[in-house]
Write a protein that binds this ligand. Structure first.
Ligand SMILES: C[S@@+](CC[C@H](N)C(=O)[O-])C[C@H]1O[C@@H](n2cnc3c(N)ncnc32)[C@H](O)[C@@H]1O
Length: 381
């Protein structure tokens, strides 16, 4: 916490103002977080960060920008800038940022491959994309700056991945929306909840206001976005026990239930996934029901149904939902099998196995809830 207190002093000199009734402390299981020192009212300013204090494209030295290809992402560029800071003499700001060790335990990218192989489908898909993004950028950076070690770049890349805020200026327009980012000192200590304080952005800077009243000692969160736990796990290395935005993927079991011809047919109609399911949003089941209806009707009839406006006829919906229950039961079997495999694994840290087991248990719970809803509907109709 010494580094964090030093950072707060340094940030004050840059007009980064933390509300006087707010503090940064270590919170169990979440690293450093922001808490209310005294009761806070709704709409109070928790933190303000002027634009002059942020790091983004405009603060990267020209020599670094010119040494890297034009098509490197801003994420890759900011990570290169960070990795090039002299590690033997870190700035106050750099000293308060996580080390590679901090990321290793919880970030699936850094897990043993046997443990990565047991990730749920959605996390695994995200991990593959993340790996290809990282290695593309590492390839650019290692060629331009051979003195940077891969581990240094990896740490910097994950600092940018987990601690940046959306930032927009005319110069940023050349980057994809997800890549328009800036590092904000102190603001990057807010932990995430599925609902949190409002972060507003203007040409002068960022302001974080309390979204409700807070009691003394209560942690103050922001929301990093409407993210599922698979996304939070892969990109940020944690999952929430309660998450209103949680979903899971049934892709594996659905695809294994379809023939190559059926998959080609779905592909032709751009219906080959994503098979993402949410317990509370029955609209999210539609993609799965469209795919499974192909198991209930011959292809020609199915094509006609594709153009049908409104709901499926109840008789067909009953057949589809019966198949969907079978498929979801298969997913339950996969989840139980994965849980046994995690338990028997000889590699990986306990903390990694725990988070992965918790995630599979959440998927089992969500799957059971959907099966119950489907069964209730079938009984009623
Ligand atoms: C922007 S930082 C937040 C500050 C961070 N706790 C620290 O110590 O520097 C994001 C990281 O904080 C952690 N984190 C954020 N929200 C969390 C939560 N609800 N539960 C557990 N860890 C969380 C994760 O490690 C995440 O990658």
């Amino acid at each position: 916490m010494e580094q964090v207190q030093a950072l707060l002093q340094w940030a004050k000199g840059k007009q980064v103002m933390l509300g006087k009734n707010v503090n940064l402390i270590n919170v169990s299981g979440r690293g450093v977080g922001v808490i209310a020192k005294r009761r806070l009212k709704k709409g109070q300013t928790i933190l303000s960060v002027p634009i002059e204090a942020i790091r983004s494209l405009h603060t990267v030295p020209r020599q670094i920008v010119q040494s890297l290809p034009d098509d490197i992402s801003l994420h890759g560029l900011l990570a290169a800038d960070l990795a090039l800071e002299r590690p033997e003499a870190p700035t106050i700001w750099r000293s308060a940022l996580p080390t590679l060790q901090d990321f290793e335990a919880t970030t699936p990218f850094m897990w043993h491959e046997n443990l990565q192989a047991l990730l749920p489908q959605a996390s695994e898909n995200l991990l593959r994309k993340q790996q290809s993004r990282f290695f593309r950028e590492w390839d650019f950076v290692s060629k331009a700056f051979p003195s940077i070690q891969q581990e240094e770049y990896l740490c910097a890349w994950f600092i940018i991945n987990t601690r940046t805020f959306y930032y927009e200026t005319p110069e940023m327009k050349k980057y994809l929306p997800d890549d328009r980012m800036a590092l904000l000192p102190v603001a990057d200590f807010f932990n995430h909840a599925d609902q949190g304080c409002k972060v507003s952005f203007s040409p002068e800077g960022y302001t974080i206001l309390s979204d409700r009243a807070y009691n003394t000692g209560e942690e103050i969160y922001i929301s990093y976005g409407d993210h599922s736990n698979d996304l939070l796990l892969t990109e940020y290395g944690f999952i929430l026990s309660e998450n209103r935005w949680d979903t899971f993927s049934a892709e594996d079991v659905i695809l294994s239930n379809l023939s190559e011809l059926q998959k080609a047919e779905l592909q032709k109609h751009e219906c080959l996934g994503p098979f993402t399911l949410s317990v509370d949003d029955t609209n999210s089941w539609r993609g799965t029901q469209v795919a499974l209806s192909l198991k209930c009707r011959p292809q020609q009839e199915w094509e006609k149904l594709m153009h049908l406006e409104g709901d499926y006829p109840p008789s067909l919906l009953k057949e589809i939902d019966t198949v969907m229950i079978q498929v979801l039961n298969e997913l339950m079997e996969t989840a139980k099998h994965r849980l046994r495999e995690i338990n028997n694994l000889q590699v990986g840290q306990e903390i990694q196995k725990n988070i992965l087991s918790q995630r599979w248990n959440q998927i089992c719970k969500m799957t059971t809830q959907i099966i119950e809803q489907l069964k209730a509907w079938l009984t009623e109709n």
